[in-house]
Design a protein around this ligand. Structure first.
Ligand SMILES: [Zn+2]
Length: 246
């Protein structure tokens, strides 16, 4: 005869172990970037990886190269979610880019304050990441710096609609991700990683040289929401190739 009580307790135990393993917590304070690799066996790359992000981008070291970047963004923002680490804007799979003839769909955009990448040693108050994925599952992230200036209409909508409840997706109006970008830019391209656990590498990064703008009030609100800091510490560039496309 099956001991149902015992069976149930084993089920509960394995469920809690599963939860413990797969929802290991990380943050930017007591479980911060210097400890991420020790918090979960699958996060070792955060320490062992050789092409980690973010880095300081040295314009003097960048090699001029022709790269083709074509943006095909639609007004397809779907919802905003506070995932406990950042505010994330999800898109409806209509927007895409092509980078050197490979198509990447726009999945989501989110923010770090202050900026994660530095440009010639300069730290901006805010950095947006537009995360794209190709049909093989490879990621491409466009990094855009923000300086204080005119308010940004997408950040405005996100701040007006997000829920303080973690992972609660809130609908918002259809907006075009183009509004997160400066009107004119050139770009750096380099290989790197996710800047949050599991710090997976082989991410194609495109960092725009010109900043977009957000109002002082918007930057302040995002900063307060992220407890003053949700930027990973700078990583070693390990002499990786950085190209610059004019
Ligand atoms: Zn990011």
């Amino acid at each position: 005869m099956i001991n149902y009580k015992k069976f149930a307790s084993i089920l509960m135990l394995s469920a809690s172990l599963y939860a413990a393993e797969y929802t290991a917590e990380w943050n930017y304070t007591n479980k911060g970037p210097s400890r991420w690799h020790s918090l979960h066996p699958e996060w070792e790359t955060c320490f062992l990886g050789k092409e980690q992000s973010p880095i300081n981008i040295s314009s003097l070291r960048a090699i001029d190269k022709i790269n083709s970047l074509i943006l095909r963004y639609e007004s397809d923002s779907k919802n905003v979610v506070n995932n406990g680490h950042t505010l994330q804007l999800n898109f409806d799979n209509m927007s895409y880019i092509t980078f050197n003839d490979t198509k990447y769909n726009l999945l989501q955009a989110h923010f770090h304050t202050p900026s994660e990448h530095h440009l010639d040693g300069v730290i901006y108050p805010l950095e947006g990441h537009l995360v794209h994925q190709n049909e093989n599952g490879d990621l491409l992230v466009i990094g855009v710096f923000f300086k204080k200036g005119k308010q940004n209409p997408i950040i405005k909508s996100m701040l007006a609609n997000y829920s303080t409840e973690i992972n609660n997706q809130m609908p918002l109006e259809k907006l075009n991700a183009k509004m997160l970008l400066p009107t004119k830019y050139r770009f750096y391209s380099l290989k790197g990683s996710l800047t949050t656990p599991p710090c997976t590498e082989n991410v194609q990064w495109i960092i725009l040289d010109n900043p977009a703008t957000a109002s002082a009030e918007q930057i302040k609100k995002l900063r307060e929401l992220f407890h003053n800091n949700n930027a990973r510490t700078l990583q070693d560039s390990n002499n990786r190739e950085i190209t610059f496309t004019k």
